[in-house]
Design a binder for this molecule. Sequence first.
Ligand code: HH2
Length: 271
Amino acid sequence: MTSEERVLPLVMGVLNVTPDSFSDGGRWCDPDAAIARGLELVAEGASVVDVGGESTRPGAKPVDAPEEIRRVVPVVEALAPVIRVSIDTRKDEVARAAVRAGATLINDVSASLWRTAAELGTGWVAMHMQGSPETMQESPTYTDVVAEVATFLEQRAALAARAGVKEIWLDPGFGFGKTMGHNLSLLRHLDRIVAIGLPVLVGLSRKATIGRLHAASDQAEVPTESTPPVPTDDRLEGSIALGVWAMAQGARMIRAHDVLAAVHSAKVVAA
Ligand code: HH2
């Protein structure tokens, strides 16, 4: 690889203004605490801060739009002058309110808001999910997970491009209606998603698959779907390892809770 080809992957810092997110739920519910946390993520080197007002962890209960807007807007308003802000939402009204408050990227785990992004002139992340957060981990089923996710993302990207979205990111949606086996297949063949030719974002940070891999490595066992994962705060090494794997396959942005470590690892990969 020549120096011209080296690209520093970006880090999207996670900021959940929710009581129930799987890792940082309840920690940044107060707007002042959330804004302070966002500024910390900036100081640690995040290129984007991803503000979310609704948890999408497995089994999470939906939040109504006014409540989600109440949670995210003050935080987006305070952070947008200092850092690029993405809004992690599945709802048109919330995306619009956040963009009015300064967000310039719609991080859409439902991959359905491309018309909103086109109309507002923002970037758009299309993420693959099978089912909805309430039930998605009950029995995820695919014939060929890599081909199905790649086809879905290609089709959504084509719709978005036709609607006029200029900045489109693709995300295979680790843990969203996927078993550990599905997640590992997608990681193994991430180059297939990268080959679509649009920038790829991955969200692996602290997810249950990593917790299971950690638990199994502690006990020198092969991890299975029923391996109890280690707690979310003990998943740093696996998060970095899989982030590095993804960046080496060509992922251009990684979504991370532990931003400082993710930024350091991105710099090492780029070098
Ligand atoms: N994962 C989560 C939320 N948003 N967005 C994208 N593009 N990719 C992801 O993998 C992704 C995402 C889930 O993580 P988190 O926000 O930490 O938890 P919760 O949904 O419980 O708030």
